[in-house]
Design a protein around this ligand. Structure first.
Ligand SMILES: Nc1ncnc2c1ncn2[C@@H]1O[C@H](COP(=O)(O)OP(=O)(O)OP(=O)(O)O)[C@@H](O)[C@H]1O
Ligand SMILES: [Mg+2]
Length: 334
């Protein structure tokens, strides 16, 4: 493919995902996109009072976390908070805002990043590394894998006992029935020994990205030219080559694939024929979104790559969220 051999852009396939344990710990900060997220620049939707209530509750929670657990004050709130809600209502924004407000040693990562860290360092060394932190923020708490959930529950118990405050958000549950309404109860049940120490907040609302951006992903008529206009570090690949590469890299390492990139070009985009490729691409889109990497693509519009049978299946919410993110990333600025 001609376009894929452009001199100005590298190839995603040449980037490997190796990440040392130290690098993994250093990555435990909010993604670039949420570098300036604050409670003040979160605009609650008046139609959904739970949004304003969440801001107030998080403000309160941050006050409780200020001492980092060193001084035993009368607790204003419970030591844990769980933000439950649909996609695009600002859960990650609020979690990052909380992280920015809290002083002391603190960590911010996705559930997958924490379990990958345990995988790399082992349980004991991970607990030792994180212990003593004032705040542990966990984005997209996964309840799909009982082993991982138990592991995280144990880690959280240990950290909470040492005074660390814990904030988590819900992920999109694989089964969309009930629209995630039971996620909070599931979460509490799974971390049952800790459940009494968590306040859960349900945040309702519309996908914020849809408030401002268009509903469709942009299709480029000149992928190479648009990439050149973005400038900086970019890659250009055939869509199928990217899917093949994603199959060879563990999803916890996708963060490394996109590190430092300003934009990626995808040629010959087509809709997915199998769910495994589709779910890998969803995980990849999450990392592109976190790093705010622009996407320039031709072929099938990126909001139409998940066929109806996938959209009506158990991973519906994951796919819809990926579409929402792809629309934002192809639109340029968000
Ligand atoms: N009420 C709001 N005011 C200002 N910005 C918002 C608000 N809600 C969301 N945003 C912005 O919209 C984008 C999407 O929000 P965010 O990623 O926090 O949502 P989320 O609930 O974590 O969604 P997801 O399910 O995709 O993880 C972010 O750029 C965020 O900063
Ligand atoms: Mg989020």
């Amino acid at each position: 493919m001609n376009a894929a051999t452009s001199a100005s852009s590298g190839s995603l396939s040449d980037r490997d995902g190796s990440l040392s344990a130290d690098e993994m710990v250093a990555h435990l900060v909010p993604p670039r996109q949420f570098g300036t997220a604050s409670l003040d620049n979160y605009r609650p939707d008046r139609d959904y009072p739970s949004q304003g209530a969440a801001v107030a509750a998080i403000r309160n929670f941050a006050i409780g976390a200020k001492t980092g657990g060193l001084f035993k004050r009368v607790p204003v709130t419970k030591p844990g908070i769980y933000l439950d809600g649909g996609f695009g209502v600002g859960k990650t924004h609020l979690l990052a805002a909380l992280w920015h407000q809290v002083k002391g040693r603190k960590y911010f990562g996705t559930f997958i990043e924490y379990t990958a860290l345990v995988g790399a360092l082992g349980y004991a060394a991970t607990a030792r590394t994180l212990k003593g932190a004032s705040l542990l923020a966990i984005d997209e708490f996964e309840l799909d894998d009982p082993g991982d959930t138990r592991l995280m529950g144990r880690l959280l118990s240990e950290l909470a006992a040492s005074g660390t405050r814990i904030a988590a958000t819900s992920n999109t549950p694989p089964n969309a029935l009930g629209e995630g309404r039971f996620a909070a109860q599931d979460f509490l049940r799974e971390i049952d020994s800790l459940a009494a120490r968590f306040d859960t907040l349900r945040i309702d609302g519309l996908d914020y990205r849809r408030r401002t951006s268009q509903a469709q992903a942009a299709v480029s008529s000149d992928v190479e030219g648009e990439l050149a206009a973005i400038g900086g570090s970019t890659t250009l690949d055939a869509f199928d080559d990217v899917l093949a590469h994603l199959a060879s890299v563990h999803p916890s390492r996708y963060v490394k694939l996109v590190e430092g990139l300003n934009g990626i070009g995808l040629t010959g985009v087509h809709s997915f024929g199998n769910q495994t490729d589709a779910l890998r691409f969803v995980a990849f889109v999450d990392r592109l979104y976190d790093a705010q990497v622009r996407v320039v693509a031709d072929g099938t519009p990126l909001d139409q790559i998940f066929p109806d049978e996938m959209l009506s299946g158990g991973y519906r919410k994951k796919y819809l969220r990926a579409v929402s993110r792809l629309v934002a990333l192809t639109a340029g600025s968000d």
